[in-house]
Design a protein around this ligand. Structure first.
Ligand SMILES: Nc1ncnc2c1ncn2[C@@H]1O[C@H](COP(=O)(O)OP(=O)(O)O)[C@@H](O)[C@H]1O
Ligand SMILES: [Mg+2]
Length: 266
């Protein structure tokens, strides 16, 4: 059962949340056929998610939402602001995405931090959001460039917004030019992630690295596993191969996979 803690309902917060959701509905109406709308709405704003967002607004974490910046298969990302004006990224994992269960369990099993997760879709989605949050925390504490995590509650993860005026920074994929230097910057972050945070990203590619203020910022780190995970090495090789391929295709002369792996682990 969804538990609703005892609290007084703050009408102003409810109004604000309602305005945010209504804005979302309006936006979506322009984007798609009416017949899809109810389904889409329910997919993101199910009852528990609404309660969670309400609580986060009530607690003063979120002041206002500013629209969707990304609608992935598994999560929606919203730009929002904190009461002090800080720009936030609010990542809402969709409960109704059953695919989650099939593809993602292997990243959770084998991770001692996630023992005893109830094997329901909801349980797995919450575990996933919590995993991304914890990975961001580990990485952030180790000094790796990642969006600073702020809070995670159920399927909602809040972090600092990378970019400005609610426009996300470009990812490596979106850059028109990349250099050798950028390649080494990225590899250094992966090395730091490995050696100081004891993590392997496990979904690293040009799509999950922002380039902002001349720094690569790794994100979308929910799949990240501890270096002790039985498949950590396989994931590391896959991550590095993606990065090598990306830079190679863009004309950067890159070292061999073995050399890079040795540098990261060395
Ligand atoms: N911290 C953030 N700041 C700004 N934009 C973000 C942030 N996190 C995610 N986004 C935006 O949302 C998109 C998808 O985020 P991501 O975490 O990769 O989700 P998915 O799991 O759907 O791939 C990013 O490409 C970016 O445009
Ligand atoms: Mg992504």
């Amino acid at each position: 059962m969804d538990s609703v803690d005892d609290f007084e309902i703050d009408k102003r917060v409810v109004d604000k949340l309602e305005r945010s959701i209504n804005r979302y509905i309006k936006e979506q109406r322009m984007l798609r056929k009416d017949s899809d709308l109810d389904e889409t709405l329910e997919e993101v704003f199910d009852r528990t998610t609404i309660m969670t967002l309400y609580k986060l607004m009530n607690k003063g974490v979120i002041d206002e939402f500013h629209g969707v910046v990304s609608s992935g298969k598994e999560a929606r990302v919203y730009a929002a602001t904190a009461p002090d004006g800080t720009e936030l990224a609010v990542k809402i994992y969709l409960i109704k995405t059953a695919e989650f269960r099939k593809g993602r369990i292997k990243y959770i099993v084998g991770d001692p931090r996630f023992e005893g997760i109830p094997p329901t879709t909801r349980g797995i989605v919450y575990a996933w959001a919590s995993k991304e949050y914890k990975n961001l925390e580990l990485a952030s504490r180790a000094g790796v460039y990642v969006p600073q995590p702020i809070i995670q509650e159920k399927n909602v993860l809040i972090m600092k917004f990378i970019g400005k005026e609610f426009v996300p920074a470009p990812t490596l994929k979106e850059l028109s030019y990349v250099s050798d230097y950028m390649f080494y910057q990225v590899i250094r972050q992966v090395r730091l992630l490995y050696s100081k945070a004891n993590l392997v990203h496990a979904d690293l590619s040009e799509y999950n690295i922002f380039y902002y203020k001349r720094k690569p910022i790794l994100f979308d780190i929910g799949q990240g596993v501890l270096t002790t995970h039985p498949s950590a090495d396989v994931y590391l090789v896959r991550d590095i191969s993606n990065i090598l391929n990306f830079f190679r295709v863009r004309g950067v002369s890159v070292p061999t996979l073995d050399d890079v792996i040795e540098y990261i682990k060395g």
